[in-house]
Design a protein around this ligand. Structure first.
Ligand SMILES: NC(=O)c1ccc[n+]([C@@H]2O[C@H](COP(=O)([O-])OP(=O)(O)OC[C@H]3O[C@@H](n4cnc5c(N)ncnc54)[C@H](OP(=O)(O)O)[C@@H]3O)[C@@H](O)[C@H]2O)c1
Length: 325
């Protein structure tokens, strides 16, 4: 089969398509014919040599895909050859075929475009597990999602709205904030011109955010702590502006804040399966009534993986970039 190889750590030009042996499913695993793969920022780090695939994962990048079930390993139940699926994986989705632990598959509804479904698993699993897990989100609460224009944020806004919570978000520029409002955000702040702390406080009558889902990291730590309501939870899932910053422990103590974070890729198969099962039950059904839909910025052939990485790096995309083998 064809897969995208990283020739050596470096720029997008290091991505090239080559023939590799077809994978075969082991016990509890499913072979998927890939229809499309989602591009994630983690793939860019992997290409640069900063984020090696976990043991057992294929060498080529790709954390999510959509496709059809092509074969079942021993002991797999609940799936049939030909089923339309979306998959959360630890690597290897930039390829024509992919082996997936059966617990990491989600069923793609008939009405949903199978290509676009590739943009969902990583974003839905990351956003949902963090909002409802460490974020302890309850309906009616106020949430600030940073980067509502991104692959993760564009899905997180929809999940917050569908769950019956109030969603504020940040994005760069008026066109991007307008699109966030269309996705269901109640407030969209242009981070290039406006202060999100003041904007969220104003919009919530001084209450602040019960949960902040953050993809920025160190550069926003102080302001994220400032914007939290009493007993608020800051959940960090990205470090686009660095990993080290000063934390005001006085604010954490007096306002009883929680400051935490997670990474999805490093979780065990069992943990991923538990997240996928919870998503399948509580969030995935929103695809049926349109409260949740993939937000796709670009669809490119697998041969253009380098261009796909350039696009994500440029920041000039709204939503997800997909690769089609
Ligand atoms: N922890 C995990 O398990 C996990 C899983 C998946 C992804 N992630 C991480 O989450 C982050 C986002 O991933 P993604 O797929 O959504 O990436 P993406 O599609 O490239 O989006 C990046 C987002 O960051 C926003 N952004 C950049 N600078 C900002 C600023 N100063 N203030 C507010 N927003 C800003 C961008 O908004 P504008 O372009 O509109 O400015 C854009 O929406 C990445 O760092 C990724 O590695 C973590």
């Amino acid at each position: 089969m064809r897969a995208v190889e990283i020739v050596r750590p470096g720029g997008p030009e290091q991505l090239t398509v080559r023939e590799v042996p077809d994978p075969s499913p082991g016990p509890g695993e499913v072979l998927v014919d890939v229809t499309a793969a989602g591009v994630n920022r983690a793939d860019l780090l992997q290409r640069q040599g900063h984020y090696p695939p976990p043991p057992g994962a294929p060498a080529w990048p790709g954390l999510e895909a959509s496709g059809t079930v092509a074969a079942l390993g021993d002991g797999v139940e609940g799936w049939t050859v030909g089923d339309r699926v979306a998959a959360l994986v630890a690597g290897g989705a930039y390829a024509e075929r992919l082996v997936v632990p059966s617990g990491q598959l989600l069923r793609v509804p008939d009405a949903l475009d199978l290509v676009d479904a590739a943009g969902l698993p990583e974003a839905v699993c990351t956003a949902w597990s963090n909002l409802t897990g460490p974020g302890r989100l309850a309906p009616g609460e106020r949430v600030l999602v940073h980067g509502g224009s991104g692959g993760i944020g564009s899905v997180a806004i929809q999940l917050v709205a569908a769950y019956g919570a109030w969603a504020a978000t940040t994005a760069g520029g008026p066109e991007r904030t307008a699109r966030c409002l269309e996705l269901g955000a109640d407030l969209a702040v242009d981070h290039r011109s406006d202060d999100f702390v003041a904007a969220v406080r104003d919009a919530t009558d001084g209450h602040g955010a019960d949960v902040v889902l953050d993809v920025i990291g160190a550069g926003y730590l102080a302001r994220n702590v400032e914007v939290l309501a009493d007993e608020g939870r800051l959940v960090m899932i990205g470090m686009q502006q660095g990993r080290r910053a000063e934390l005001d422990l006085g604010a954490v103590m007096t306002r009883r804040l929680t400051v935490t974070g997670t990474t999805l890729r490093s979780r065990t198969r069992e943990a991923k399966a538990a997240i996928v099962a919870d998503v399948a039950t509580r969030a995935w059904p929103w695809l049926d009534d349109g409260r949740l839909r993939p937000v796709i910025g670009a669809r490119l052939p697998l041969d253009e993986a380098a261009h796909a990485h350039e696009l994500v790096e440029s920041g000039n995309v709204f939503g997800k970039v997909l690769l089609l083998p």
